[in-house]
Structures are given as structure tokens and as C-alpha cells.
Design a protein around this ligand. Structure first.
Ligand code: UD1
Length: 434
């Protein structure tokens, strides 16, 4: 099979409006949380991305059926015929498959789950997921790559516990949270991750009838409810701050003036501050009634200025923004020092940027980026979702033609990146690799 590639040529300033889709890192977790209650759920603002289809296949195998009513609306039907077994062939395709652990263990008291795959960067252990659930009464056995989890109380229910995470892990917070909604008593998660996608999951659970205090904070207090009392609900997926950041970066390197409909400034405060330091102006637009109105307007012209930055858990600069910021630094005036605090192996796309003429030295957790005045187009490969999108942005800043392969990575997390950039005036197309 010939996979498509993306061909990008430098095209000058971008103009117009782009609608920012719902967040991959929220919708996948909301889908898994559909295991918690019987009934019919409708999710809107669902991104049209491959990972939603992969997650739907996994949940379908477990017994939660779903169909897209349109590209951005997903109906899920939980008719109570759930089998708490997640098969390897499906689990290995997506990291977020680990998110079925909490709902299944909390509701059914047992689950058999192969260890997850997904983006292949660095090692991604799940020790904090398991120790949190152990504190709530779960036991785990690891056999041939399969985690067999159970709760050995007479009613197979977990109990509340006070859990302090060593690190605010997104996945561990989500799994403990979705297990705790059905636990006997109160669970406290201290040092919890507080990404907007976790607040979205909390809001969804509350709409289902869960009792959660501290939504959006680093201390979540969950009062468990009796199994069978949660109900299905409808929910609009929070806007994707990472996809929004991708269009911000595209304007930053190309120049221009673009409105990002639906983007929420309050979810990207630190990033917007650093973009301002680089010379990119971003302001809220409209008064559409949402917390930040109708979206964000971005302007950029002239050369960017270099900055130093470090990735940190929310509200710090997200590790998922890093390839975009590094790409911006490759054409900025000056030298930028980048520190990765979450994933040591996450600089692999640097070699691809170097093929485009970038001057970057990466070592362990650090990279030094010396801005050059122009990148020059070349064949490159997308190593993962975010790095793939960053290479598209780099292509917009490169003279000549950049041809990007392995674009299936981008399709996992981006809803029509090429179409959206084309509408803004970029010279970009998908072509057959043949
Ligand atoms: C989620 C996001 C991913 C993002 C990351 C950090 C999804 C599907 N993925 O991944 O895009 O880059 O948050 O913002 O939402 N860790 C442990 N033990 C654990 C759990 C995590 O050591 O039990 C480590 C990880 O190896 C990593 C760090 O903690 O170094 C962050 O992991 P975590 O916050 O859990 O990220 P994910 O939920 O995997």
C-alpha cells in the first residue's frame, strides 16, 4: 500500500479563520468513561482523527458500541453487555487504551488488559496508575504482557483512599479518578494533574452523576457513588489546545493574521506569554459567551525572537507544544535553550529538522537551537503526532519543497491539518507516495 505524503512549499503570510477541533487527549478519555454507565451518550465537537476510530474499535470489542452520526458527533451505546477484557491487537495501537483500566476496575472489580502501545517516545511506565489503584484495594498480576487486575472484597468494590502522586501524571490521575467514582467512600488525589482535558473528564463524570470536588485543581476529592447510579449523558469535547498551538506556530513562522475559532486563552496562558516574548501577538476575539469568547486572533510579521523554555506539567509549557516551539526557534533571531522535563527521548525529530537546515544540538533532556535565517526544503519523516505537525510547520518556513512521509502519525491526532492550512493560504497538499 502506498501511503500518502504531505508536500509543503513556502507561501508567505497566512490569512483567514480556522475552526479548532475538539481535543484528542480529552475525547479518548471521555469515550473510555462511557464504560461507567449504561445508556446512550452523545459526544459533540469530536475531532475527525484516526485515534477516535481506534479507541472506538477497542471499546466495541469490550462491549461499548459507537457510531459517528457525522464526522464530529459520536453516539456511544452501553447496553450493559461489557466484557472487561482488552485484547492486545487493539490495545497496542493506542496509548490511551490504558484509560479503560479505571472505569472497568471500579465498576466490575476485575479487568484483563494488555500493556498499551501508542506513540513510541521514551519509556512510559504505569507504576503510578497501579500503586494508586492498589491503595484503593486492587491487586495486580502481570502475566505474559497482560495486567490481570482484581478487587478481592466480597462486593468487588474498591474503597476510597488518600493518594499522593509522585508526579502529576495525566494518565494516572485519570485512571484513579474514573475508578474512584464507584469506590466505597471518599478518594483524595493530591498532586493530581490539572490539564484542561482532565477538567473536561471531571465535568463529564459530574454530568453522569459523579461527586467530585476540586475540578481543575491539583487536589481532587471524589465521593464514590453506588454502582448503577451513574447515567449516560451528552457532552461537548473541550477544544484542542495542541491543535490550536499548531496554527499559532504556523502563523508565527509564515507571518499573517488568523482567527482561531474556539481556541481558549485560559487553557494556553503560559504558551501565549512565551509567544509574546517571541514577537507573536495573540488576543481574544468576540464575546461569544464562552470563557474566552469566540477564540483567539494571532498576528505575526518579521523575524521571531529566540527564547529559552522548559516543559512542565500544566499549567507549564506542555511537552506536546515543544516540537512546535523548537521549530519556531530554528528560524528565530538568536539562540534558544530547551529543557525537556517529561520525556528524555523526545528530541528524535531534531534529526529531521536538521535535514531542513536547522542548527540544533540535542543531548539528553536539553537542546540548543541557533536560529538560521531560512530553512531549506527536503524529504523528511514524521516520527510521531506532534513532531509530524511541527515538520509541516517547518515546511511552511522552508525554501523549496518539503516532502513529509509517515503522515499516518499526523492523522492520529490532527483533524484535516492540510485542508485547514490550505484554507489559510498555505501551499500544501497530500499526494500519493508512488
Ligand atoms: C498524556 C498525553 C500526552 C502528553 C502527556 C504529558 C494522552 C493520550 N497523552 O500522556 O500527549 O504528552 O500526557 O502531558 O492524553 N510516568 C511514570 N509512571 C506512571 C505514569 C507516568 O513514570 O505511572 C511518567 C511518564 O513516563 C512520563 C511522565 O510521567 O515521563 C508523564 O506521563 P503522563 O502525564 O502520565 O502522560 P500520559 O498520560 O502518558
Amino acid at each position: 500500500m502506498n501511503e500518502e505524503r504531505i508536500v509543503i512549499r513556502r507561501a508567505g503570510p497566512l490569512h483567514g479563520e480556522v475552526a479548532i477541533p475538539g481535543a484528542k487527549n480529552s475525547v479518548l478519555k471521555l469515550m473510555a468513561a462511557g464504560l461507567l454507565a449504561d445508556g446512550c451518550f452523545t459526544l459533540t465537537n469530536v475531532p475527525d482523527i484516526a485515534d477516535v476510530t481506534i479507541m472506538a474499535d477497542l471499546l466495541n470489542a469490550i462491549g461499548l458500541r459507537s457510531e459517528r452520526l457525522d464526522p464530529h458527533t459520536l453516539r456511544m451505546v452501553n447496553d450493559g453487555s461489557i466484557i472487561p477484557v482488552a485484547p492486545y491487537e487493539l490495545v497496542e495501537r493506542i496509548r490511551a487504551s490504558i484509560n479503560v483500566l479505571g472505569p472497568l476496575l471500579g465498576r466490575f472489580g476485575c479487568v484483563s488488559l494488555s500493556l498499551p502501545g501508542g506513540d513510541d517516545f521514551g519509556s512510559r511506565p504505569i507504576d503510578m496508575h497501579l500503586s494508586g489503584l492498589q491503595a484503593m484495594g486492587a491487586t495486580f498480576e502481570m502475566r505474559h504482557g497482560v495486567v490481570e487486575a482484581s478487587v478481592s472484597t466480597p462486593d468487588s468494590r474498591l474503597h476510597g483512599a488518600e493518594i499522593v502522586l509522585d508526579f502529576p501524571s495525566v494518565g494516572a490521575t485519570e485512571n484513579i479518578l474514573t475508578a474512584a467514582v464507584h469506590a466505597k467512600g471518599t478518594t483524595v488525589i493530591d498532586h493530581a494533574a490539572r490539564e484542561p482535558e482532565i477538567a473536561d473528564l471531571c465535568n463529564f463524570l459530574v454530568e453522569m452523576g459523579a461527586e467530585i470536588e476540586g475540578v481543575g485543581s491539583s487536589r481532587l476529592v471524589i465521593h464514590g457513588v453506588e454502582p448503577g447510579t451513574l447515567h449516560a449523558t451528552d457532552h461537548r469535547v473541550v477544544t484542542d489546545r495542541i491543535q490550536a498551538a499548531t496554527y499559532l506556530a504556523a502563523v508565527a513562522v509564515s507571518g499573517g493574521e488568523v482567527v482561531l475559532r474556539g481556541a481558549r486563552a485560559e487553557h494556553m496562558e503560559m504558551l501565549l506569554r512565551r509567544l509574546a516574548d517571541m514577537g507573536v501577538t495573540v488576543l481574544p476575539v468576540g464575546d461569544g459567551g464562552g470563557e474566552s469568547g469566540d477564540g483567539l486572533a494571532v498576528w505575526a510579521s518579521g523575524r521571531l525572537r529566540s527564547i529559552d523554555f522548559a516543559t512542565l506539567p500544566y499549567p507549564g509549557i506542555a511537552t506536546d507544544y515543544k516540537p512546535l516551539l523548537v521549530t519556531m526557534l530554528t528560524v528565530a533571531d538568536g539562540v534558544g535553550i530547551v529543557t525537556e522535563n517529561l520525556y528524555p527521548g523526545r528530541f528524535r525529530y531534531v534529526e529531521e529538522l536538521q535535514r531542513l537546515g536547522a542548527d540544533i544540538r540535542a543531548d539528553g533532556h536539553h537542546a540548543v537551537v541557533r536560529g538560521v535565517s531560512r530553512l531549506s526544503g527536503a524529504p523528511v519523516r514524521a516520527p510521531d503526532i506532534r513532531a509530524g505537525a511541527a515538520l509541516v510547520v517547518a515546511g511552511l518556513a522552508a525554501d523549496g519543497e518539503t516532502s513529509l512521509t509517515d503522515v499516518h502519525h499526523i492523522d492520529r491526532g490532527y483533524d484535516d491539518l492540510v485542508g485547514r492550512l490550505t484554507a489559510l493560504g498555505a501551499d500544501i497538499e497530500r499526494v500519493d507516495s508512488a
